[in-house]
Design a protein around this ligand. Structure first.
Ligand code: UDP
Ligand code: MG
Length: 315
């Protein structure tokens, strides 16, 4: 087997603090992989600047001028998923195999060696899976766990405790790029691609420098996107809830009639007001869920481009 050309695609959004560290470690890793004849000398780290407002791009452009680096600059911030996609699309034709990872070194880059070994044994997709989440806050850990459980419950197949740290062969990336949806949730789509897959396990570290780009509202947004892009079960649940409510209403009607004719009707506004609020709330939630899907359709039919490349330095 010819030594494969490996590209490590790293989305970066305001990562100036951590980039020097990341770059040094990744370049050292590529050197040692090339020395071990696991990958080709032409292997590269490809950075995607996702519309950063700090000096991230200047740093990246500097790396791209030296060896081992390529840099892609998007015209504005489009989010990590689309940035990843931009990186994949840019390098798919020059790489035999692509690893995607975050810039903050939370994923253990040493397992990239194992990933490449699995690839050489014939795997097309190798998932990096966290062994534990001790480095995350209690809140992030619990919400993430709840999210994975919910996803599984809703029939979305996703790899438990796997984020966007994975290896993909060129043909797997090509297959992935055929999914043209705007509402992109990569880790869900990847499981649809198929091919021979495997997992490698690692311990997730603290962020090496800088701070998280995922505040709570972005995490919630991503979770809602993940679910509503893959499952129509929430809409079905709304329907079921509606039917259940109709039966409850019928039972209530019977009770009211009996109470009226037996002369036990009381002027209880409390129960009426209470059920008014409750049912009103349920209707609003139902409308919201349906609206979420209609919003998705609206975005898909517009078929807007997912990103624009402003500058690209690939050697
Ligand atoms: N990121 C990005 N665009 C964004 C937000 C984040 O490209 O709009 C990148 C970020 O630079 C990092 C990766 O996505 O490389 C993961 O972000 P982060 O580490 O902040 O997320 P967390 O690990 O806290 O979930
Ligand atoms: Mg992180």
């Amino acid at each position: 087997m010819k030594n494969p050309v490996l590209h490590i695609v790293v989305p970066c959004y305001n990562e100036q603090d951590v980039l020097p560290l990341t770059h040094n470690r990744l370049v050292a890793l590529l050197h040692s992989l090339a020395e071990a004849r696991l990958v080709s000398e032409d292997s590269r780290v490809t950075y995607v600047d996702d519309g950063s407002t700090d000096s991230t791009w200047d740093i990246l452009a500097g790396y791209a001028e030296q060896s081992h680096g390529c840099a892609l600059r998007l015209s504005t911030n489009v989010g990590q998923q689309n940035a990843l996609l931009a990186g994949l699309e840019a390098v798919v034709d020059r790489a035999d195999v692509i690893v995607t990872m975050d810039a903050d070194l939370q994923d253990d880059i040493e397992v990239i060696r194992q990933m490449v070994e699995r690839y050489r044994q014939g795997c097309d997709i190798v998932y990096g899976v966290r062994r534990h989440r001790r480095s995350d806050t209690w809140f992030k850990r619990t919400t993430a766990l709840a999210f994975y459980r919910l996803m599984r419950h809703l029939g979305v197949s996703s790899v438990y405790n796997h984020a966007d740290f994975r290896l993909m062969s060129r043909r797997a990336v090509k297959a992935l790029l055929c999914y043209r949806e705007r509402n992109l949730f990569l880790r869900g789509v990847v499981t649809l691609v198929g091919f021979k897959t495997d997992r490698v396990y690692y311990d997730r570290a603290e962020r090496a420098a800088g701070h998280s780009k995922y505040p709570l509202h972005r995490m919630v947004g991503m979770a809602v996107d993940g679910i509503t892009s893959f499952s129509i079960r929430p809409v079905r649940m709304v329907l079921t809830l509606g039917v259940v409510f109709m039966f409850i209403a019928l039972a209530m009607l019977a009770y009211v009639l009996i109470a009226y004719f037996t002369g036990r009707a009381v002027s209880g506004w409390a129960s009426i007001v209470l059920s008014l609020w409750f049912i009103g709330g349920c209707i609003l939630v139902g409308l919201g869920v349906v609206g979420e899907y209609i919003g998705k359709i609206y975005i898909e039919v517009k078929d807007r481009p997912r990103y624009h490349v402003e500058q690209i330095i690939i050697k």
